[in-house]
Design a protein around this ligand. Structure first.
Ligand SMILES: [Fe+2]
Length: 248
């Protein structure tokens, strides 16, 4: 989080704690100068349309994520989302040199093919980076403070996230997001939707997401989604989550 944004966050958290919605003049000036009201989810972290290399070997997350699942997930499922979103972009005159985020925030204006594959591509590009065999196991101090403000504790965040992930009926994702009013929240979306989409029930900038499609875990975990979710926490690289939080 940029220094001025961090000041905003702390100030807004303090105001929220007082049950007050007034904005201090200096706070309003800071928000205006960064244009965060016009585009509250703006982040320098952008996603292109091409699939980026997997940041580790297929077997790197063994035994928690098995090699075959990683291979099929990356090379078949995720690769198809990238291929198909580029097809949709060509058919619908979208400039693929621009960030994918521009499409997501206006996804209701495009086809179902675009919605499914733009979401699928964005979600997976983020997902790979969230996992690591050599993960940083705790949020940084700034993010931890925000978690404590929004949830009371890291354990409570995990509890709410697990409920969202286990409760998602069928295929979809669980998310930790930063909302437009700079609060953290847990949500979940169906299929390949995500919280950046204008059609999302609960909108925000995704800090972390968990793929609960069966293609992500069925070979190893079968129906035991809860065991897969437990594995996710062991592999979650809080460094990536903290960087995403600090980018806003
Ligand atoms: Fe997936």
């Amino acid at each position: 989080m940029k220094q001025s944004s961090r000041r905003n966050f702390i100030a807004q958290s303090a105001l929220a704690g007082l049950g007050t919605l007034i904005a201090l003049p200096s706070l309003a000036a800071n928000i205006g100068s960064e244009n965060t009201l016009a585009n509250p989810f703006s982040s320098p972290i952008k996603t292109g349309f091409d699939q980026q290399p997997l940041p580790y070997a297929y077997n790197a997350l063994e035994p928690l994520i098995d090699t075959l699942t990683m291979d099929i997930h990356y090379n078949k499922h995720a690769a198809a989302y990238s291929k198909n979103v580029k097809e949709a972009a060509q058919a619908e005159s979208v400039d693929i040199t621009k960030p994918l985020e521009d499409v997501l925030s206006n996804v209701s204006k495009y086809s179902v093919k675009m919605r499914n594959n733009a979401g699928g591509h964005y979600n997976h590009e983020m997902f790979w980076k969230l996992l690591s065999a050599d993960a940083t196991t705790q949020p940084d101090a700034t993010l931890l403070a925000a978690i404590n403000t929004s949830f009371g504790s890291l354990d409570e965040l995990k509890k709410q996230f697990n409920t969202a992930a286990t409760g998602r009926f069928g295929s979809g994702w669980a998310w930790l997001i930063l909302t437009a009013d700079k609060k953290l929240a847990v949500t979940s979306t169906p299929n390949q939707d995500n919280p950046l989409m204008d059609i999302a029930e609960k909108k925000g900038f995704p800090l972390m997401g968990l793929d609960v499609w069966e293609h992500a875990y069925y070979l190893k975990y079968q129906n035991r989604r809860a065991d897969y979710i437990a594995a996710y926490w062991k592999l979650l690289n809080w460094k990536t989550v903290s960087e995403r939080f600090n980018s806003i």
